[in-house]
Design a protein around this ligand. Structure first.
Ligand code: FES
Ligand SMILES: [Fe+2]
Length: 400
């Protein structure tokens, strides 16, 4: 089913490449410049997007064994993700029930017990409180009520989705709109994490706009990706999630081969984004293709964001291959830090002058238009019923 759909989309992209055409949005969209820096707006985006929608927080492959964990700060919330002895991946707030200490330092590992560094209370991988120091002296408490605070969590297509609001329902199927069957074709479930690095950037939407934007590729990245990258983009959407492909010479290179010989690798090419903060791109290195999954979170204020680039490989790299991966990581850090986010920080400063009331997304920038449309709908959705209604209206939309 996913193959059929990908083949159909590839046929469409090929016919645009042959004709030298590209589908367009209906009109130019104007977005108020204040959306990128107004503190009230930013607060609403934190509460009604980042605290509400499922976020892509981790990978099945990094929690392959029971007891495998990663502790990480997610938009100011200390999170502990753990594979339980029952094989289930869970998310917890990384805070002790005694007096709130953060239990684990940021990082990864494998353990049977999470022991708090303050007074040594301990928890098992399912989050139960299993050890209290000098229990008789501490006094009577019901340990079954004082486990780690669990966050909603579900695993799909090799990704660990979670929410930052304890007890809230994820509504993951409504949110994904069938996208997981597409993501599944990437094979992320069988990948190892082979590298990770972080980079600070401008307002999260200034940063994210760049991931949906091919228009800038041969211009801003003329010295890195190179000027022969196409600036044309086709956007296919599953609800708020978009895949971006180019009707360029790369697709024409295999367009004339018989369709049943089109490899999955070819037909699922492009950039895969997961709303509101993920972009997945594939690069060739010695050993095979690797994925860079860029995971973006707002920083502590409207003017900042933090992006972690996670590198995933469907193979166990040799030392030599790992060196090649690290070279590619350095290159991609340079591109994002010194080209994309360098430009983004300067955009941020310029927008804040108030010189421009709006920024524009052209008819050739349908991806940015769709992204801002969803951001606006979610910000406008005051309560859970309104949020559910936004999800219920989302559907798959493919550009013609
Ligand atoms: S705060 Fe964790 S044991 Fe005291
Ligand atoms: Fe870029």
């Amino acid at each position: 089913m996913s193959r059929e759909q990908l083949v159909e989309l590839a046929r469409r992209t090929i016919s645009h490449a042959r004709a030298g055409t590209v589908p367009q949005a209906e009109a130019v969209l104007e977005v108020p410049a204040t959306n990128y820096f107004d503190p009230g707006r930013w607060r609403l985006e934190m509460d009604r997007i980042f605290k509400r929608v499922p976020l892509t927080l981790g990978f099945s492959g990094e929690l392959s064994e029971p007891g495998d964990y990663r502790a990480v700060d997610v938009a100011g919330v200390p999170v502990l993700m753990v594979r339980g002895t029952d094989g289930v991946a869970r998310l917890f707030v990384n805070t002790c029930s005694h007096r709130g200490a953060q239990i684990m330092e940021a990082g990864t590992g494998n353990t049977r017990r999470f022991t708090c560094p303050y007074h040594a209370w301990s928890y098992d991988p399912e989050g139960a409180l299993v050890g209290i120091l000098d229990r008789d002296e501490f006094g009577e408490i019901d340990t079954s009520c004082h486990g780690l605070t669990e966050l909603p969590c579900e695993e799909r297509a090799g990704l660990i989705f979670g929410g930052l609001t304890p007890g809230a329902e994820l509504h993951l199927d409504d949110f994904l709109c069938g996208y997981e069957s597409m993501l599944d074709t990437l094979g992320l479930a069988d990948c190892n994490v082979v590298g990770r690095q972080s980079v600070e950037g401008p307002n999260w939407k200034v940063a994210y706009d760049g991931y949906l934007d091919f228009y800038h590729l041969p211009i801003l990245h003329k010295d890195t990706f190179g000027p022969d990258y196409s600036n044309k983009a086709i956007y296919d959407a599953w609800g708020p999630h978009q895949r971006v492909t180019s009707p360029d010479h790369r697709i024409l290179a295999w367009a004339d081969s018989p369709e049943d010989e089109w490899s999955m690798r070819r037909i699922n090419s492009g950039v895969w984004t997961i709303f509101p903060h993920i972009s997945i791109a594939r690069f060739d290195v010695d050993g095979g293709p690797i994925f860079m999954l860029s995971q973006l979170f707002p920083g502590a204020d409207p003017d900042t964001s933090v992006t972690t680039q996670h590198f995933l490989a469907p193979f166990e790299p040799t030392d030599e291959q790992q060196q090649g991966i690290e070279k590619q990581m350095d290159f991609l850090l340079h591109v994002v830090r010194d080209e994309d986010y360098y430009t983004g920080r300067r955009i941020q400063a310029a927008l804040k002058t108030g010189a421009k009331s709006h920024v524009m997304f052209g008819r050739n920038e349908a991806g940015g238009q769709r992204f801002h449309g969803f951001v606006d709908s979610l910000v406008a959705a005051e309560d859970d019923a309104a949020y559910r209604a936004v999800l219920a209206r989302s559907e798959a939309v493919f550009q013609p």
